[in-house]
Design a protein around this ligand. Structure first.
Ligand SMILES: Nc1ncnc2c1ncn2[C@@H]1O[C@H](COP(=O)(O)OP(=O)(O)OP(=O)(O)O)[C@@H](O)[C@H]1O
Length: 259
């Protein structure tokens, strides 16, 4: 079930370094939100803070609040492992377990949650997840071949199948197409569109056309200078951001004048 995300006054640090400052935003369910902005402005850091993935970096910390359907994910007694299964993530480079079979790659996420399921139930879930990721027809005859033996675009859809197998509410995607050719990119963009009715999707992208094609809402991040924290400059419907942004910096960025 897609969920609503509310971020309030979020600061994100790597040790003493303030990487992202003062972000407040609302992310609606059953929609795609794109995060854009120049290199180093904190898009990935912010994205990773939405499922506490940034905590894998020693001494990284946040101040402020991230609530998923009203529940603070940084609250006491919240287990980051639970949060990461509720809020799935897909990375820039497809990262299937290369020697594990396609089937086991999808089942891996389910096994990690410790859920006890019968073989036939896992079979069904693997098929359903691969179908949802628009990959089933291409791999159904080689489910027990290695996950590393398919194309990059197929591997990325396999990673999406693995992420959705555990039934997350939110899917975070960090430049999911940057390592892919245009045809595979189109397949992932079509898939994002297909998944939208069931998920809350947040995607970081450097590709303006992609943000314009896939997202309903766009947030523009920027930083005043190197070493300064990244900030959310403005967020609005994608149509508005790309046709009549409020801020000059947004206009300069989307028209390619910098970044
Ligand atoms: N693991 C880390 N340890 C320390 N600083 C980091 C770490 N990861 C990122 N940073 C710093 O945090 C700031 C934001 O980086 P981040 O990768 O979030 O930016 P970005 O907008 O996603 O950049 P890009 O578009 O180049 O991927 C940068 O100054 C970066 O050097």
């Amino acid at each position: 079930m897609a969920k609503h995300i509310q971020v309030k006054d979020l600061d994100i640090y790597y040790d003493e370094f303030l990487a992202v400052q003062g972000v407040s935003m609302t992310i609606e369910p059953r929609s795609v939100t794109a995060l854009i902005g120049p290199s180093g402005c904190g898009k990935s850091t912010f994205l990773r803070s939405l499922n506490r993935m940034h905590e894998l970096v020693p001494k990284a910390k946040v101040e402020g609040q991230v609530a998923i359907n009203g529940r603070d994910i940084y609250g006491n007694n919240v287990d980051p492992v639970d949060i990461r299964s509720e809020i799935g993530m897909v990375f820039q480079r497809p990262n299937p377990f290369p020697t594990m079979s396609i089937y086991e790659n999808v089942a891996a996420g389910i096994r990690l949650t410790g859920a006890r399921m019968k073989r036939s139930e896992i079979d069904d879930l693997v098929e359903r997840s691969l179908r949802s990721a628009n990959l089933w027809n291409e791999v159904k005859d080689r489910l027990h071949k290695p996950g590393g033996g398919i194309s990059g675009g197929q591997q990325q859809r396999l990673c999406i199948a693995r992420a959705i197998a555990v039934d997350p509410a939110v899917l975070l995607m960090d430049e999911p197409c940057s390592a892919l050719d245009p045809i595979s990119t189109q397949a992932i963009e079509d898939l994002i569109n297909d998944l939208k009715p069931d998920y809350t999707i947040v995607i970081v992208t450097h590709n303006m056309q992609q943000a314009a094609r896939v997202s309903d809402t766009t947030g523009f991040f920027n930083l005043a200078d190197v070493g300064q924290p990244g900030r959310l400059i403005e967020m609005d419907t994608t149509a508005k951001i790309f046709s009549a942004p409020r801020e000059q910096a947004t206009e300069d960025y989307i028209t390619g004048r910098f970044g």
